[in-house]
Design a protein around this ligand. Structure first.
Ligand code: DX5
Ligand code: ZN
Length: 215
């Protein structure tokens, strides 16, 4: 099943609760929350108090994408704030297997993310422990960037690896996903599609979500 995860990075932060309700009512399965620390990526976005506050407005799945150094120091606070899925970056993790366990111990699903320049081999010993792999399809840090085309091969190789090993985990893609690029990523095997500007930048968010879903 295809799941759409609008990224609040492109939402209007002055009314974040309403912006989350809007995409939940429009049929999105997840809300994607981009946490940037100004070190792992240049930008700074938001922290766990914001997540805790908007948790009150909707039951929708909170898909927290940690773009931070030392992800292990942030798991407990985001789990307590109401995250359902916590994804950390392979590039920031010294003990990735332990971080996955830590996320599970806090009752959340665990995802691991790879930057466009990081090879799939980094996942080899971890695939059987995670619930989701997030393949970045832009370099993380900002919304509204152009989809990196070579990501398509990476998605399909990962999809085949999962099938060959009978692993039922989600492939999430993030960056430059819109009504045009979504078809190719779905065909390559991605099933969780993050979209920021292509959802929040549109007047009709329900139509935008449908278009990305391919309906
Ligand atoms: C980028 C973030 C993305 C971003 C996607 O670093 O991880 O989630 O919001 O934005 P769009 O869909 O506009 O490329
Ligand atoms: Zn993201």
């Amino acid at each position: 099943m295809i799941k759409i995860a609008p990224s609040i990075l492109s939402a209007d932060f002055s009314c974040l609760g309403d912006e989350i309700k809007k995409v939940a009512d429009a049929g999105a399965e997840y809300v994607h929350i981009d946490v940037m620390d100004g070190t792992f990526v240049p930008n700074i976005t938001l922290g766990s108090p914001v997540v805790k506050s908007v948790r009150k407005v909707s039951d929708i799945v909170f898909d927290v994408h940690l773009m931070t150094e030392h992800p292990e120091t942030h798991i407990a606070e985001f789990a307590d704030a109401g995250a359902d899925i916590i994804t950390f970056h392979s590039e920031a993790a010294r003990h990735a297997n332990r971080i996955i366990q830590q996320i599970h111990d806090h009752g959340c699903k665990a995802g691991i993310a790879l930057n466009p320049g990081t090879p799939l081999v980094m996942l080899e010993e971890l695939l059987e422990y995670v619930d989701m792999v997030l393949l970045m399809t832009v370099n993380p840090g900002y919304g509204g960037q152009k989809f990196i085309k070579t990501s398509l091969d990476k998605i399909s190789i990962l999809k085949h690896t999962l099938e060959d090993n009978e692993l039922d985990i989600d492939i999430e893609v993030d960056g430059g996903i819109n009504a045009e690029t979504s078809k190719a990523v779905r065909e390559a095997g991605a099933n969780v599609l993050v979209a920021g500007s292509a959802v929040y930048g549109q007047a009709d968010v329900a139509a935008a979500i449908k278009a990305i879903r391919g309906e």
